[in-house]
Design a protein around this ligand. Structure first.
Ligand SMILES: [Zn+2]
Ligand SMILES: [Zn+2]
Ligand SMILES: [Zn+2]
Ligand SMILES: [Zn+2]
Length: 305
């Protein structure tokens, strides 16, 4: 896990973090394994880093978990790389055999390491074997960019992503909890999944993304609009929103709960968790001669008690 290593190394270069109780804890744990390195005059963090590095698979560089394998010369290898090396140690080319490295597995069990999202604000310290599970659910883990129209791989915390949406994707930013939007499309017969828009709203000190797009639903072209909350799922449930679209005396109203941006745009869309407008109705709402899509969508976001 190369990125885990990066975060960890970042931590080692940060003098504020080196003086924490966790390092005392690591040293104390290390004494059980009776490593002569503990008497080294070097700073203790360096010692810990050495053990941690031993747990990186030399082939894939990911952190190793039991069963950890080794060759007869003692070179280690993770269990997912082992079947791929044709029984040859990738380090010394000797026959690999089937030797398990119990000692290293046991050393790993004594380690406690900071969550890899320390730099995002998580101060949790976890036993080596629990760390991955925590990190997969850590509430400080960065979010994916919510922009849906490209394969954007940018990740970060919410303030970072808000700036990213503004600067890189040039999305419209609105402040306030009510909105009134007009979506105009000159050729409404083109209903590829590419027709979509994103607007970011800021209200209640939070950020919300309004998605609007055309897609095929069972062969029929439809439009969908929905709101996502830029934050965690638990907090998303504190908000509700309505979307309203209409024209020529008719209207459709949707009331929903914003989904967290942890849920991908596609996941929300494919669960139809939003205002869905059939194309015929959308053209009817647009008025005119059905040559142009002109939808007026109004909405409101509020915080539930
Ligand atoms: Zn490996
Ligand atoms: Zn070897
Ligand atoms: Zn964490
Ligand atoms: Zn992006």
């Amino acid at each position: 896990m190369a990125s885990m290593k990066t975060y960890y190394d970042d931590m080692l270069t940060n003098p504020d973090i080196i003086r924490t109780a966790q390092d005392e804890e690591m040293l104390e744990k290390r004494e059980h394994v009776n490593d002569p390195a503990q008497h080294s005059p070097k700073p203790k963090v360096v010692v810990t880093s050495g053990v941690h590095d031993l747990l990186d698979c030399p082939v894939c560089l990911n952190a190793m978990y039991p069963p950890i394998h080794q060759c007869s010369n003692g070179h280690t290898l993770c269990s997912s790389c082992k079947p791929r090396v044709q029984n040859r140690c990738p380090t010394c080319r000797h026959e690999l055999g089937n030797i398990r490295c119990l000692a290293l597995e046991q050393v790993a069990a004594t380690l406690e390491l900071p969550c890899r999202y320390l730099s995002f604000g998580c101060v949790g310290i976890y036993p080596y074997y629990d760390k991955l599970k925590h990190e997969s659910q850590c509430k400080f883990r960065p979010y994916n960019c919510p922009y849906a129209g490209s394969e954007c791989t940018v990740m970060g915390d919410i303030p970072f992503l808000v700036n990213h949406l503004k600067d890189e994707h040039k999305v419209d930013m609105h402040s306030g909890s009510t909105f009134n939007h007009r979506y105009v499309k000159s050729n409404p017969t083109e209903v590829e999944n590419a027709t979509w828009m994103l607007t970011v709203f800021s209200c209640f000190g939070q950020y919300f993304c309004l998605h609007f797009e055309a897609f095929q639903l069972g062969g029929a072209p439809v439009y969908i609009a929905f709101l996502r909350y830029m934050g965690d799922d638990v907090e998303a449930k504190n908000y509700s929103y309505t979307l309203e679209v209409g024209g020529t005396g008719r209207k459709t109203i949707w009331q929903g709960v914003p989904r967290s941006i942890r849920d991908s745009h596609k996941k929300v869309r494919d669960s139809y968790d939003g205002l869905i407008i059939q194309r015929n109705m959308a053209l009817f709402f647009s008025g005119g001669d059905r040559k142009e899509l002109k939808l007026r969508v109004t909405g409101r976001i509020w915080k539930d008690q």
